[in-house]
Write a protein that binds this ligand. Sequence first.
Ligand code: IPD
Ligand code: CA
Length: 258
Amino acid sequence: MTEDYSAELKVAVEAARFAGEFLRRSFDAPKTVNAELAHDLKLQLDKDTQLLITERLRAAFPSYSVLGEEGETGQMTADAVWIVDPIDGTVNYFYGIPLFCVSIALQVKGKLVLGCVYDPMRDECYTAIAGSVARLNGLELKVSSRRRMAEAVVFIGHGRHDGSGEDGIRRFAHISAQVRKIRILGTAALTICYIAAGRFDAYIENRINLWDFAAARVILECAGGRLEFLPDGESSHTGSVIAWNGALPIHAALQLPE
Ligand code: IPD
Ligand code: CA
């Protein structure tokens, strides 16, 4: 396997754009709900879209496995594993809120090497190969240079898991007094890309899954930002994330009073 991942990125972009176009066309159509949870929905379209993506990725790279929100294809012990979220922002998508994306990352021997996040409603395609620059529709991206919490726009996630919403609300109350604005977009991948693009300054969420942030992490780091992931102990794929522009004193700002 080479260290040049441009062929893989090209295929990831094609797959993300193909899936995104399918989602855009299906946006106004009635949707089949496969499972309804307290803070989440599972759509048949989540599964159908992952299948479309998997077929494309596997046709180009048959030995690479796929770990997706909707299941696994191939051996998870393979050297190369695609990490796929077919719809990040499923609840938005179902409610007709045009904020969602397709997210595809590649992990090689445990290391994230590329990311592609595609927002089909705005035709915005974020890409990066680790160690290189991050791009939005081909144009180079940089994080914001904001250093003061008072001028920051911060996203506090409200996850699907029990407890993560309550954590989010406590943080919300604590952080909202310190920053210019709090936002909850409902899509972690797009939010992290917005930090890469300098639109947001930080993002904090507990109990998020690898496929929600893997691709966006590569894009953010290549744009000069930082992301810390702390596994929650139950699975190496689930944990809390702090992503920021690398300049804000985000850890100090998160300290809750005793
Ligand atoms: C969700 C979104 C949301 C985040 C949740 C995720 P999904 O992903 O990224 O922003 O708050 O934790 O589960 O279910 O729409 O793919
Ligand atoms: Ca997701």
